[in-house]
Design a protein around this ligand. Sequence first.
Ligand code: TRP
Length: 339
Amino acid sequence: MAKKVILTGDRPTGKLHVGHYIGSLKNRVMLQNSGEYQPYIMIADTQALTDNARDPEKIRNSLIQVALDYLAVGIDPEKSTIFVQSQISALFELTAYYMDLVTVSRLERNPTVKAEIKQKNFNDSIPVGFLNYPVSQAADITAFKATLVPVGDDQEPMLEQAREIVRTFNRVYDCNVLVEPEGYFPEKGQGRLPGLDGNAKMSKSLGNAIYLSDDSETVQKKVMSMYTDPNHIHVEDPGKVEGNTVFTYLDIFDPDKNKVAQLKEDYQKGGLGDVKIKRYLNEVLENELAPIRQRRAEYEQKQDEVYEMLIEGSEKANQVANQTLSEVRDAIGLNYFKR
Ligand code: TRP
């Protein structure tokens, strides 16, 4: 039986952080190594341009950073095809056909896009391409006939939109060309890493992130600055565990659940200081991040090979996407000159 296809990706607007790792990268590596899937991993530079069109240099520089982050966490080009969105022209033609099947008001209702428009202060100046990115994302997914899309929780509306497009397309053109995708989300409570400051979201723009490329001193400094319980002033005071970022991180990163339970108990009783729990969290993080950092440094030394890998991945992705595009054109009836 043919392997199930996975498609996912990230916008290259900077280096990836541990929030990306927990929200999606870790799952991808696990799925890749299960051997049951054929994964395509896309660096979504064109999507990144939808709100950075006037700063292409940022996207250009981030491309290699994201590629290095992928390799560092264990995405293996022997098992996964890593490619660059802008190099796959079929995606843009597919987007054009899908745009005719989606209304503006449907796009305006997308809750993730809505939240982003607010956050980016677009007001009345929303780029058309930005509003349209869920449609372009449907093209990314369907070009590979992906059935599984491992992403963070905020991407569910994109999957819903993609499924609608698939159903509409197959119905309108009376065919079976496109395939409906499903999301693959992190386990409940494991998917969203808060920022160092306790903000619900870790993000570069909020300046509250730990990057996969941070060295050990930087990580330690960031951990020591983390938000805990503002009312836990003296070591002997009872402390709060809920909403305490250090414990949220321990819940997610520490494999030793008994130890975490014990620490929580001690902290709530009083007598356990913030510095102690932060030092412990730093150790736990180091265990996970040190091998990633090490691998990243190795690939940094051979960037030519990394670019070569992206070229090969993009060639392979082009073949697959062109095949789907040809089926889509046939289904619509745009095959006048086909021999
Ligand atoms: N929207 C995703 C993000 O912001 C990136 C992305 C683009 C993507 N195309 C995709 C994810 C297709 C999954 C499938 O990170």
